[in-house]
Design a protein around this ligand. Structure first.
Ligand code: NAG
Length: 131
């Protein structure tokens, strides 16, 4: 009986681990969306392997890219630098090592700063720095 209970507990635990472990899909897509009221946004994103260079993104336009997360020997991490006039903002756009809850596929850039969005859920992330 005790052996059965341990076996059952092990199966339940293994199931929980399999269900809750991050499962990277073949490709991830990240979008940075310019929702500023009156400015072109400069977006410069990069990972250790890919420098996507700086791009000028018009109002209501999107800078998007897709990539395959690393599966062996490391974790993919993309960071971005945003610039508009005298304002700057840096953030981690994708961190494979973190739980999905802190990664957003959509990043909204607004007058008040950066917001992360997944589906209908949106979270304010940070304000602009002035230089
Ligand atoms: C951007 O989108 C918003 C919301 O749809 C709209 O109110 C605004 O006029 C748009 N701005 C430009 C420059 O297209």
């Amino acid at each position: 009986m005790a052996v059965h209970k341990k076996l059952l507990a092990a199966i339940v635990l293994a199931t929980i681990i399999i269900v809750t472990a991050p499962r990277p899909s073949c490709q991830e897509t990240i979008q940075v969306i310019n929702q500023l009221s009156s400015n072109i946004l400069i977006v410069h994103c990069a990972s250790d392997d890919d420098d996507l260079d700086a791009h000028a993104v018009a109002i209501n336009a999107t800078c998007a890219w897709s990539f395959r997360p690393i599966h062996i020997g490391g974790a993919t991490l993309f960071w971005c630098r945003l610039a508009v006039e005298d304002k700057r903002l840096s953030f981690v756009a994708y961190d494979q090592a973190r739980r999905l809850a802190s990664n957003y596929p959509d990043w909204l850039v607004r007058d008040d700063g950066l917001h992360g969005q997944r589906g209908t859920f949106r979270e304010f992330i940070k304000t602009w720095n002035r230089i």
